[in-house]
Design a protein around this ligand. Structure first.
Ligand code: UT7
Length: 315
């Protein structure tokens, strides 16, 4: 497949590190040094699905396709107020889209997983045009008394439209199931029969272990994918890495030994927006005119699961 449209949308509320330090035992200095984040956009009075609508509308406009042309709609979403129907149905109703659709919950690498699925459907001859949207509000997952997690996240939506083409050169998905390193639980409605204890636990993260996993999963995943498709790292124009922590990206750059200029970043002003991070970055770079036809772009993301994935495509 080939990407012919990108779009993104952010909540209007910008929260700076300084604002966080007014109610948390933290500082701009700590957050900046440990994460690279200076501010993030977080949901206030918006509904996350409306940001999803904005992102897909922009991506469709750029692509020149209409909702009637789309054969499959995949939405990546970890949490939202809506439990059922899925976020794909909520967004589709608002834009008048009625092709087959489903939601996936693959945490931060959701965009790469969705690209892999879109390509598989395309290669199976089932679709010509696919719409992917990553619609995330991770700011609603941690406790806002927990300085070690809540400072990391920002919300938003990113979308792409794909059509026929052989521009996706390869994808590689990886799983190392371990639900203890990064998780959140919530209770369901009680019934007369449930006797086990259930608790709602806000997002918990073993930061250092997730950090190590992220660096290793990205460097190994990208290297083995590039080897598999026969592309040298020197020939990659852009490495679009999940924006979780600037220090993670710096470590990846060190391990991979490629110039830092080839790793666009927006984490300073976006924070970690889960699976929306890669498509938001892709859209922002695209709209700045950074990509030339023929550019080789690597996408890599990692997160809860522990899941990770990489994709290589030609622009
Ligand atoms: O989307 C993918 C999933 N997430 C990630 O990729 C995150 C991966 N991990 C990380 O980015 C880093 O581990 C963090 C940024 C979360 C934490 O950085 P760290 O260098 O690993 O710090 P730490 O957790 O080891 O904490 C060091 C100290 C602790 O204090 P003590 O025990 O040394 O006294 C923490 O309590 O920093 C303290 N601390 C803070 N201090 C000020 C933790 N959070 C904060 C904070 N402000 N916000």
């Amino acid at each position: 497949m080939r990407i012919i449209g990108t779009g993104s949308a952010l909540p209007k509320k910008i929260v700076t590190n300084q604002m966080l330090s007014e109610f948390l035992d933290t500082s701009d200095e700590w957050i900046t040094t440990r994460t690279g984040i200076k501010s993030r956009h977080v949901i206030s009075d918006e509904k996350i699905e409306d940001l999803g609508v904005e992102a897909v509308t922009k991506a469709l406009e750029m692509s020149g396709l209409g909702v009637k042309d789309i054969d499959l709609f995949i939405v990546s979403n970890v949490v939202s107020e809506q439990v059922t129907p899925g976020m794909s149905c909520v967004v589709a109703e608002k834009i008048g889209l009625s092709c087959p659709m489903f939601d996936i919950n693959c945490a931060c690498p959701g965009f790469v997983y969705a690209l892999d699925m879109a390509e598989a459907y395309y290669k199976a001859g089932k679709v010509r045009n696919v719409l992917i949207a990553c619609i995330e509000e991770p700011s609603r997952m941690p406790s806002w008394n927990d300085r070690s997690t809540c400072v990391l996240f920002g919300d938003g939506a990113g979308a792409v439209v794909l059509t026929e083409g052989d521009n996706i050169k390869g994808t590689k998905l990886n799983a190392q199931p371990d639900t203890d390193k990064l998780y959140m639980t919530r209770t369901l409605e009680p019934t007369p029969f449930v006797t086990k204890a259930e608790t709602s636990i806000p997002l918990q993260m073993k930061g250092r272990e997730v950090f190590r996993f992220a660096v290793e999963a990205c460097t190994h995943g990208v290297k083995s994918l590039l080897d598999e498709v026969g592309i040298k790292k020197e020939d990659v124009s852009w490495f679009m890495v999940h924006q979780a922590n600037k220090r993670i990206i710096d470590s990846i750059i060190d391990f991979m030994q490629v110039p830092a200029e080839r790793f666009p970043i927006n984490i300073q002003e976006r924070g970690n927006s889960s699976s929306a991070s890669c498509p938001i970055l892709l859209d922002e770079c695209n709209r700045k005119g950074m990509f030339k036809k023929g550019d080789i772009i690597v996408l890599s993301a990692f997160g809860a699961g522990l899941l990770s994935g990489a994709a290589v495509l030609e622009w």
